[in-house]
Design a protein around this ligand. Structure first.
Ligand code: UDX
Ligand code: ADP
Length: 469
């Protein structure tokens, strides 16, 4: 079966870049990305490519080439569903904030709404592809809705989780480690799988395209994220041990990473992982394990989150402790608010929680991030509901210039590893700071020796001054 028309529901951090690359590589397929958020769609259609709703290196070029050719962004959801032979569901699946599974289970209401909309509109057979990360057996729920509320048309459900990481989305989509497609083990199921394999095979070698049953595919996505997050929490746990023993976490990472069984990636100690996936997916895994009565399995994975929370709070507490046990009324500068470099995404960013802890201590924070808007920063803080929006705006300011942000500061805290922070004129920052001037490097990106030579009290993660025996 050759697919000629694809629709993707959801124009977010996953749907937008994924469909842009898919359209670029398949000029003969018409790809329509739909979203209920009019502002988001308008931004995707903006003639000024700097106004795209998502910042990702390389994205502009892809959109420039494919948009208007065979890639379209629209709010006309029903029309696009009706015309497509294959529909990707790429809507958000946040952690539930109410009812059973609150704070743990994935909220599937947007998925269910999408499925109901497909069922209502579809007049011809369709392949429905789960792109969003979902709990195991969601495909069954989607199938039930489609089969019981549809117009008698036949649906095939595939699971095709997306493994791209933000900041490197385009690179990851162009040259992925693997593509995973799960489907039913029937003839119709195989035909649907083959149709999707053909689309990816236009640019990805066939041996990198794995096909499995639906449940393995759904679970693999959660497990991949849980393993990655576990590595970060593991090295972060060791960072605390390094600080009290005099070991250097970077040296430990290097030494263990050279063991080919362990490997060097994802061993960068930090202020804690963030992002829309790690915490949500692990909580989801924990919830699933609990719901099957697997207490030890649930506790094991929950510890990855607890360690991450500890790392964020430990970072904030260290700032308070080094600033003579009080930050009340002191200016603290945050360099970075995004959850990692090269993205404007701030979901679950460590910066939010570190800021909240310091604001509780009445610190006065000034934030500079090269890509995150002032509006987003306040929205993140207001969402925590710890204090009133007025109080958040009184205690926290957003600067448009890093040197302005650092002027008369008591301490600079680095929360995101943006490359530009490394090339700042740190002498100039030192001169304008209150002395003794502190730098808390939550990403270990600066050179400790040069920072100390300038005069800073420089603190990094997992490295103490004890190592001078
Ligand atoms: C992750 C997965 O990598 C990706 O496969 C999945 O599709 C979505 O979730 P993402 O959240 O975009 O991607 O970014 P990732 O690069 O995995 O980083 C997640 C967090 O871990 C960031 O806050 C990052 O700073 C942190 N991290 C990562 C570390 O602290 N240390 C590391 O060594 C690696
Ligand atoms: P992700 O990181 O998974 O891509 P985002 O929150 O960035 O998540 O994007 C999900 C998008 O899905 C949002 O832009 C949201 O407006 C959209 N969305 C949610 N439900 C629907 C729906 N029923 N129809 C169309 N779009 C939807």
């Amino acid at each position: 079966m050759r697919i000629k028309n694809i629709c993707c529901i959801g124009a977010g951090y996953v749907g937008g870049p994924t469909m842009s690359v898919l359209a670029l590589k398949n000029p003969n397929i018409r790809v329509t990305v739909v979203d209920i958020n009019e502002e988001r769609i308008a931004a995707w259609n903006d003639s000024e490519l700097d106004n795209l709703p998502i910042y990702e290196p390389g994205l502009k070029d892809v959109v420039k080439e494919a948009r208007g050719r065979n890639l379209f962004f629209t709010t006309e959801v029903e029309k696009a569903i009706d015309e497509a032979e294959m529909i990707f569901i790429s809507v958000n699946t946040p952690t539930k904030t109410y009812g059973k599974g609150k704070g743990m289970a994935a909220d599937l209401k947007y998925i269910e709404l999408s499925a109901r909309q497909i069922a209502k509109v579809a007049k011809s057979d369709k392949i429905v592809v789960e792109k969003s990360t979902l709990p195991v057996r969601t495909a069954q729920a989607i199938k039930d809705i489609l089969d019981h509320t549809g117009n008698g048309v036949r649906f095939q459900i595939l699971s095709n989780p997306e493994f791209l990481a933000e900041g490197t989305a385009i690179q990851d989509l162009m040259d992925p480690d693997r593509v995973l497609i799960g489907g039913e083990e029937s003839d119709d199921g195989k035909e649907a799988i083959d149709a999707l394999v053909d689309i990816y095979a236009t640019w990805i070698p066939k041996e990198k395209i794995l096909t499995t049953n639906v449940w393995s595919s759904e679970l693999s996505k959660l497990v991949a994220n849980a393993f990655l997050a576990q590595r970060v929490s593991s090295i972060n746990a060791i960072s605390e041990l390094c600080e009290v023993t005099g070991a250097d976490v970077r040296e430990v990472s290097r030494a263990i990473g050279m063991d080919s069984r362990i490997g060097p990636k994802f061993l960068q100690s930090s202020v804690g992982f963030g992002g829309s996936c790690f915490q949500k997916d692990i909580l989801n895994l924990v919830y699933i394990a609990k719901s099957y009565g697997l207490k030890e399995v649930a506790d094991y994975w929950e510890q990855v989150i607890l360690m991450n929370d500890h790392q964020k709070i430990r970072f904030a507490e260290n700032i308070v402790s080094k600033l003579y046990n009080t930050v009340s009324g002191k200016k603290i500068t945050f360099l970075g608010w995004a959850f990692k470099k090269d993205t404007n995404d701030t979901r679950e960013s460590a910066a939010i929680y570190v800021a909240d802890a310091l604001l509780n201590e009445q610190a006065e924070i000034t934030v500079y991030d090269p890509k995150v808007s002032e509006e987003r920063i306040y929205a993140d803080l207001d969402y925590l509901n710890t204090r009133s929006p007025e109080e958040n705006r009184r205690l926290l300011k957003v600067a448009l210039n890093p040197y302005q942000a650092c002027k008369s500061t008591h301490a600079v805290a680095i929360l995101t590893e943006w490359d530009e922070f490394k090339s700042y004129n740190w002498e100039k920052i030192y001169e304008s700071a209150v002395k003794p001037a502190f730098v808390f490097d939550g990403r270990n990106i600066l050179d400790s020796q040069s920072m100390r030579e300038i005069g800073f009290q420089y603190q990094s993660i997992g490295i103490s001054n004890l190592n001078k025996i």
